[in-house]
Ligand binder design. Structure first.
Ligand SMILES: Nc1nc2c(c(=O)[nH]1)N[C@H]1C(S)=C(S)[C@@H](COP(=O)(O)OP(=O)(O)OC[C@H]3O[C@@H](n4cnc5c(=O)[nH]c(N)nc54)[C@H](O)[C@@H]3O)O[C@H]1N2
Ligand SMILES: Nc1nc2c(c(=O)[nH]1)N[C@H]1C(S)=C(S)[C@@H](COP(=O)(O)OP(=O)(O)OC[C@H]3O[C@@H](n4cnc5c(=O)[nH]c(N)nc54)[C@H](O)[C@@H]3O)O[C@H]1N2
Ligand code: SF4
Ligand SMILES: [Mo]
Length: 802
């Protein structure tokens, strides 16, 4: 529609008039008919198209549709084809247009003109062209190659876009020749994966059969607000409340706690104690899942408080070491014992354990970061997750599932473009210290295999000069990593830093070159995959809208353009790989521009779904790229139950391990490397367990920073229902609707404290307060609120940037 401003105002007036008349008409006849201009037509639906894409406001990566009018995104909804989000997106999905059209986005490349770097130091950025920016980056990189030190290039990613990230995270370090590339995963959810990983051999995100569960235990997460599968949880939640029990374990009254039958406001960091006590009750009361765990040979329950049990008396089925676990950890862990640690009344622990036992294999213990993301969180994650094993709710109807996926296309091999310099360069010792004596980092049960993101700052401080050129995208470690002050120091020492982001955050303040990125959900190409509600799926991200500013997608377009510059300066390998290997699966054409490369990469990733070699199970077949772009997604078949039963778990024993042979094998291997004992490894890496206790889920007391005398409160934080990870607080709707988080207020940044603590300190609602920890001080407003237990204060993550 072509409207002048004047006409537009008139049109608005007309529809308002029509609306008023409509209401009045309903109440008392056409009283205001004189207000209706004779020729007014009923307002027509907005003209535009629903374009399929994917939200990345959290790690669920929901398939969505964006309503696009004349190149501009105006509304968002779930993709109606989705079997995971049921055609809905959560409140954060609706923030997509505002976040994309944020007037504070970086609109053009910039370079730093102030050589001084530090917190609070103005970088004095000036705008430059893409050409100048990329030439500068390529020159700095070439200096490294010429000096024979390609390994002094580092790449770190925060969030990323699944398949296309391979073109940056996967191939740049490899073809270039550096071992210094790190993902943000360890400040995200890696600790959590240790729970299912070291018990079940499944180091991944779990799925939950919410449609059939009879007891949902949200433990250290709030799946109505955050964590994963929010739209799916909202979809099934009323049914669960009606037919079963909802239990929330969280020191803070989260959204799910507010609606739960039982809320356990646990003393922070003591989740392992609660889990052990629940396991104790389930065993002593004979409520464990017999079909999964097995039973005593003569049918008599020998799990009696305080008594050791003979291992030979029990015949196990799908599990390993239930009696060892009892003898080593559980036999004395009564609810009365746990009450002292957790501050949860013993009778509530008993009641909750019985409710879980009653629901049996239809219990879902949904374990989240509140349990795991703390020092020693591995054992708490194992202890809480092991309850699923004990109840036999692994891979069952109404229980906890492993993830599902659909097959995605692989990118062509880069092997032949990796020269000898690159091979040598990538061999350097990783700066994150993985595999050091005090850092077993046992992802997959293998020592030294997990990333230790937050230790990169320490590595940089310990090895000044190790990194000369640092590229990073979608990250803000000077804000999102704990002990962020270390990042301030480390970043100030980096000689040349390139940040590829749509908004200038704290970390950007250290940049020498800023490359403005696309906003991934609607401005670039990628194929993203995830699962939920029993379905694995892949979903497209496409440039649904007209870009308003001079931005480029870092993982595809920028990589192409940078590779081109490197070729011109004497390093052709990356560009030759991109330009000679990436054939369009439909036409066989090779890319000639950055945009073509970007789209072809998305086509290669997804061609397995729209031109599969053999018919796929799941959704109706999709015939070609055009149809895939229109539909936007493909879901595989529904999850198969009992997937790991019958000796098919990924552990050393192939069983669900209460006594983790998987962990033992890893720790022994690690100890052997340092010619020492596992006890020594436990000591140097800060755990309290010794001997065999190190191999079973158990309670490790929380590690405290600062003495109780100096720091009398325990501080916890949580995500907002509106947090798009660390990056939506600049959006007006975030601030306007902030009150959707229990205890929080709109247009405010509050710390929540129990009123009894407030009274003791003579503080009242709305007071300006300072929160001080070993890490530093921030200022905000006080909110007195009964939703947080005395002695603990809670604050939302994501507000309070510099
Ligand atoms: N709304 C929203 N959803 C998100 C994201 C987001 O930014 N916003 N991010 C996504 C990402 S990247 C991830 S990794 C996941 C993270 O998963 P989430 O579940 O969103 O994680 P958090 O909010 O960090 O922590 C979960 C809960 O732990 C509680 N908690 C704190 N300390 C303790 C404790 O000692 N014990 C117990 N039992 N609970 C405690 C907090 O009050 C909080 O409710 O969420 C994803 N989903
Ligand atoms: N205290 C506390 N700390 C936490 C958490 C917590 O709950 N509490 N949560 C942790 C978790 S689970 C995570 S995952 C991390 C997240 O932390 P990070 O991995 O550091 O990522 P974000 O802070 O979400 O985003 C960083 C930057 O990415 C840019 N960005 C936004 N959208 C796009 C895009 O489409 N493309 C590109 N290229 N860039 C974009 C923005 O400029 C933003 O500043 O934080 C962790 N840190
Ligand atoms: S924020 Fe997460 S749950 Fe919400 S719509 Fe986006 S991807 Fe889905
Ligand atoms: Mo995360």
């Amino acid at each position: 529609m072509k409207l002048t401003r004047r006409v537009f105002i008139m049109a608005t007036g007309i529809s308002a008039g029509a609306l008023m008349t409509g209401c009045a008409g309903m109440m008392a006849g056409p009283l205001h008919s004189s207000l209706i201009p004779r020729k007014a037509k009923p307002s027509s639906p907005a003209v535009g198209n629903w374009v399929a894409s994917t939200c990345q406001g959290c790690t669920q990566w929901c398939a969505v549709q964006i309503f696009v009018q004349d190149g501009r995104a105006t509304r968002v909804r779930g993709n109606p084809l989705s079997k995971t989000n049921h055609g809905y997106c959560c409140p954060r999905g609706h923030l997509i247009p505002q976040q994309m059209y944020d007037p504070d986005r970086i609109k053009t490349p910039m370079k730093r003109t102030n050589p001084l770097k530090g917190r609070g130091v103005d970088p004095k950025f000036v705008p430059i062209s893409w050409d100048e920016a990329l030439n500068t980056v390529a020159d700095k990189m070439m200096e490294l190659r010429k000096a024979g030190e390609p390994g002094k290039l580092m790449y770190m990613r925060g969030r990323y876009s699944s398949t296309s990230t391979e073109l940056l995270y996967g191939t740049l370090p490899k073809v270039w020749g550096t071992g210094q590339y790190f993902s943000h995963s360890a400040i995200c959810a890696e600790a959590e994966k240790m729970g299912p990983g070291l018990t079940q051999g499944f180091f991944g995100y779990r799925d939950y059969d919410l449609g059939n569960t009879n007891c949902l235990v949200a433990w250290g997460c709030d799946p109505l607000s955050s964590n994963r599968m929010v739209p799916n949880t909202m979809h099934h939640f009323p049914g669960i409340v009606k037919r079963g029990t909802v239990i929330a374990v969280d020191p803070r009254m989260s959204t799910i706690a507010a609606k739960a039958h039982e809320w356990l406001p646990i003393n922070p960091g003591t989740d392992g104690a609660l889990a052990s006590a629940i396991a104790h009750v389930i065993l002593t009361e004979g409520q464990w899942g017999k079909e999964f765990v097995g039973d005593f040979k003569d049918g008599k329950n020998l799990f009696v408080t305080g008594k050791l049990v003979d291992e030979a008396a029990f015949a196990e089925k799908e599990t390993n070491g239930v009696v060892k676990w009892w003898n080593l950890e559980l036999k004395d862990k009564t609810p009365a014992w746990a009450e002292k640690e957790t501050l949860i009344p013993a009778d509530q622990i008993l009641r909750v354990a019985r409710a879980m036992g009653k629901a049996g294999s239809k219990t879902t213990v949904w374990m989240g970061p509140g349990v795991a993301m703390t020092p020693r969180g591995t054992y708490a994650a194992m202890a809480v997750y092991a309850l699923n094993g004990l109840l036999g709710s692994i891979d069952t109807e109404g229980g906890v599932w492993q993830s599902s996926s659909v097959p995605l296309g692989k990118f062509p091999s880069a092997e032949k473009y990796v020269d000898d310099v690159a091979k040598a360069g990538s061999k350097g010792k990783k700066l994150d210290g993985r595999g050091d004596k005090d850092m077993p980092a046992m992802m997959g049960g293998k020592p030294g295999s997990g990333v230790v993101t937050n230790n990169v700052a320490n590595g940089l401080l310990k090895n000044p000069g190790a990194i000369k050129v640092f590229l990073s995208s979608w990250s803000n470690f000077n804000f999102s990593a704990t002990g962020a002050g270390r990042w301030d120091k480390a970043m100030a020492q980096i000689p040349f830093f390139v940040h590829m982001v749509p908004n200038a955050s704290e970390m950007t303040q250290f940049a020498d070159i800023v490359l403005p990125s696309t906003f991934n959900s609607a401005e670039g190409w990628s194929i993203v995959s995830n699962m939920g509600n029993g379905y694995g799926y892949a979903s497209i991200q496409q440039g649904a809208v007209k870009r308003l500013w001079d931005v480029k997608q870092e993982e595809t377009e920028v990589m192409w353009l940078l590779a081109e510059k490197l070729k011109a300066k004497g390093f052709p390998n990356l560009f030759d790989y991109y330009s000679q290997e990436f054939k369009d699966p439909e036409t066989g054409k090779l890319p000639t521009t950055a945009m073509e490369f970007s789209e072809i990469a998305a086509k290669i990733s997804s061609a397995t779904l729209w031109m599969p070699k053999e018919p796929l199970k799941g959704d109706a077949p999709i015939k070609g790229w055009a149809e895939f772009k229109a539909k936007g997604m493909f879901s595989g078949p529904k999850y198969t139950l009992k997937k790991g039963w019958g000796g098919k778990f990924g552990t050393v024993t192939k069983k669900f391990e209460f006594y983790s042979e998987t962990l033992k094998k890893g720790l022994l291997e690690h100890a052997k490397k340092y010619e020492t004992t596992t006890d020594d490894i436990m000591t140097v890496s800060g755990y309290v367990a010794r001997g065999d206790l190190a191999f079973v889920p158990h309670y490790e007391p929380p590690k405290r920073h600062g003495s109780v005398a100096d720091y009398p409160f325990t501080f916890i934080d949580h995500k907002s229902r509106l947090n798009r990870e660390g990056r939506s607080a600049n959006v007006t709707w975030y601030q306007e609707f902030k009150k959707v988080d229990p205890g929080d207020v709109s247009w405010g940044d509050v710390v929540k404290m129990n009123p009894s603590d407030g009274a003791r300190l003579g503080l009242k609602d709305g007071d300006s307060v300072k929160i001080t920890s070993m890490a530093g001080t921030i200022g905000c407003q006080l909110k007195l609120w009964e939703g947080v237990r005395p002695g603990t204060v809670a604050k939302c993550f994501g507000q309070g940037h510099w």
